[in-house]
Design a protein around this ligand. Structure first.
Ligand code: GLV
Length: 320
């Protein structure tokens, strides 16, 4: 029987499947565990099931001990994990690709509708009990039909967001280090552009690339300056891909028309400047937040742990 530490609360079926064969040290509270408590808790673990709110670095790996075999992140993004530090210690890392594609694309498209049709502003009018009446020119937004969605990173979530955009009559452009599968390009009628050209062309730019040193502040003042004054920026990937201070400035000055954000540079903190602006839709990292998706993510992480502890290949290993 191996010792498995689950660093945050996850849906019960996943924990039960681990408990059937192993000793599981779970976390009951929905609040994140403190760093000190986590460093104590991981001691002697053979496997960790981690959440994206936990930093899995050399200190934590050493606190766990040399018997640790696998860190199974319950997220597709794994920028919270020091993958090279895991590799140095022979610890496998897994993530949860695939299972959260549709849920996250729904939130990306939800943010597109929310900001282009000014739904947040409208709701704030009603909730603040401000008087209003139907008006020919009242809270006019921008339509999507015939406009161009620029997808930065045409992986699973980017492609699923593009499919939704096609259904709304949009054209698709994408920027990606490699050409996408010709079948997908045909299905989406997608045109590949370099990032600068995409920024200058798209009516809505949606970010779907992973966060790394390479994509840190991929969108800063210089890139925002390339965008059209009528364009919108959507981020459901990771906050630090965007220079938040530069974005505030671009939204304030009208350099771009608006933004929709599910992720933030210093999460869970949100830049004060964003809170003061009406032309930005803000939601608290809800990309994968459906019962079905979170259940599937936790189960995939559990299945990865069970495979590694049984001496088998994990289902979705992150390669360093
Ligand atoms: C959520 O942000 C994830 O990476 O799964």
């Amino acid at each position: 029987m191996s010792r498995i530490v689950v660093t945050g609360r996850v849906p019960e079926p996943a924990v039960e499947s681990l408990r059937a064969a192993h000793d599981v040290d779970g976390h009951e509270s929905t609040e994140p565990i403190s760093r000190d408590a986590l460093l104590r808790k991981v001691s002697g673990a053979d496997a960790l099931v981690s959440l994206l709110t936990e930093r899995i670095d050399a200190e934590l790996l050493d606190a766990a001990g040399s018997q640790l075999q696998v860190v199974a992140n319950v997220a597709v993004g794994y920028d919270n994990i020091d993958v090279p530090a895991c590799a140095e210690r022979g610890v496998m890392v897994t993530n949860t690709p695939g299972v959260l594609i549709e849920a996250t694309a729904d939130i990306a498209f939800g943010l597109i509708l929310m900001i282009t049709r000014r739904l947040g502003e409208g709701e704030r009018v009603i909730r603040s009990r401000t008087s209003w009446s139907w008006g020919m020119f009242y809270l006019l937004g921008s339509g999507l039909q015939g406009k161009t969605l620029g997808v930065v990173g045409l992986g699973g979530i980017g492609a699923a967001t593009a499919r939704r955009a096609r259904a709304f009559g949009m054209r698709i452009a994408y920027a990606s280090p490699t050409e996408c599968d010709p079948k997908l390009a045909r299905e989406l009628q997608a045109t590949r552009m370099d990032t600068d050209e995409l920024l200058a062309t798209a009516d809505v730019v949606s970010l779907h690339c992973p966060y790394s040193n390479v994509t840190h502040h991929l969108i800063g003042a210089e890139q925002l300056a390339l965008m059209r004054h009528t364009a919108y920026l959507i981020n459901t990937a990771r906050g630090p891909i965007v220079d938040e201070a530069a974005l505030v400035e671009a939204l304030r000055t009208g350099q771009i028309a608006g933004a929709g954000l599910d992720v933030f540079e210093h999460e869970p903190l949100v830049h004060e400047g964003l809170l003061e602006l009406d032309n930005v839709a803000l939601v608290p990292h809800l990309g994968s937040a459906t019962i079905e998706t979170r259940t599937a993510m936790a189960q995939l992480a559990a299945d990865n742990v069970l495979a590694v502890l049984a001496g088998e290949e994990p289902l979705t290993e992150v390669r360093s």
